[in-house]
Design a protein around this ligand. Structure first.
Ligand code: SF4
Length: 332
């Protein structure tokens, strides 16, 4: 499926293939991801790969409120189901999304136990495992492949950038080739793979962000997430912004119009069969180092995550365009 390069746009008028529609087709109905903090750590923090972590990282800012390390995996999933039942349309199928830190970074027995706990919850039909590209090996992939004989299993890699200089600058601790290798090994096992990218990392120009789409398209990804770089309080990136003026000037600053225009330029070049799961990120304002940079409406109110796909659709419609219109074409 990942390489069919065909796109059947949903009949809801969207000009790009959403992950929700992709999953609806797979499962025959709405499937809700429930975030889980399973108590893992990260090799880029504990010294195995590096210390201090990626310069932008503040994991607690990215977790939903029901996702608490003090609760068991089962409790988090039950709270997550209640949270989504209260707020959104009812889903009858759920995926446990191992989101926080590196969710393949433990002994095989611990991984097995934690994945099994999630799958034992009624309504949970599968797992989405978020991890680093340098944090999987044959044994971990064999375990995930075995689970996938009975349940849905997808792996989501934080790739962040296709440029090694950027990955080095943000203390990522792996290269883009590591990401290519991990994605391929995982796809070779028959598992669908998602990639996560950040737009606006230090030193990256708008042109670099658009031209890296060719490298993204070349990977056998099934789904993709993008979000704008957000500088969070207390991170290394925040300290660099305050103390090193070159970091500030080496970062793109977006308002909502320039961000939507960039995202549309990217979406137009994306492989048509890539399911787009996210186009922007949103963390609670209390974590934001520069709240004045949040995306806002003309009246000053904050735009929410769900507003961004709508604005991207409006802009693609204005252009008479859609996902993949420029895929495989040289610049017009
Ligand atoms: S972003 Fe992921 S890989 Fe980087 S420090 Fe945070 S948990 Fe570790």
């Amino acid at each position: 499926m990942a390489n069919s390069k065909e796109q059947i746009l949903p009949d809801n008028g969207s000009r790009f293939l959403t992950y929700a529609d992709h999953m609806r087709r797979l499962f025959g109905g709405r499937v809700q991801k429930l975030s889980v903090d399973a108590g893992f750590t990260c090799p880029n923090r504990d010294g195995r790969v590096g210390t201090g972590g990626c310069t932008f990282c503040l994991n607690e800012a990215f977790n939903p409120s029901y996702c608490r390390r003090v609760a068991t995996i089962k409790e988090q999933i039950e709270e997550g189901m209640a949270f989504h039942r209260n707020r959104y349309r009812k889903a009858s199928k759920y995926l446990a999304y191992f989101q926080t830190f590196s969710n393949t970074y433990a002994s095989l027995s611990e991984l097995q136990r934690k994945y099994a706990e999630a799958l034992s919850c009624p309504g949970v039909v599968g797992l989405v495992i978020g991890t680093r590209p340098d944090c999987v090996d044959d044994d971990v992939l064999a375990l995930l492949t075995e689970i996938s004989t009975k349940h849905f299993v997808a792996v989501e890699y934080g790739i962040e950038s296709c440029y090694d200089a950027t990955l080095h600058r943000i203390n990522r601790g792996h290269t883009f080739n590591d990401a290519i290798r991990a994605v391929q090994l995982t796809v070779d096992r028959g598992l669908p793979v998602g990639g996560h990218f950040i737009l606006g990392l230090p030193g990256e120009s708008r042109e670099m962000l658009v031209s890296q789409v060719d490298a993204i398209n070349a990977m056998p990804l099934t789904s993709i997430k993008f979000h704008q770089l957000q500088v969070l309080k207390g991170t290394t990136l925040h300290r660099q912004c305050l103390s090193e003026p070159q970091f500030e000037t080496s970062m793109l600053h977006f308002d909502i119009d320039s961000y939507v225009a960039l995202v549309c330029d990217i979406v137009e070049r994306l492989r048509p069969d890539l399911a787009i799961e996210r186009l922007a990120g949103e963390v609670p304002p209390r974590y934001q180092a520069f709240q004045e940079r949040s995306f806002r409406r003309p009246d000053g109110s904050l735009l929410r995550n769900e507003d961004i796909p709508r604005l991207v659709n409006i802009e693609l419609s204005r252009r008479g365009s859609r996902q993949g219109r420029l895929y495989g074409k040289t610049e017009e």
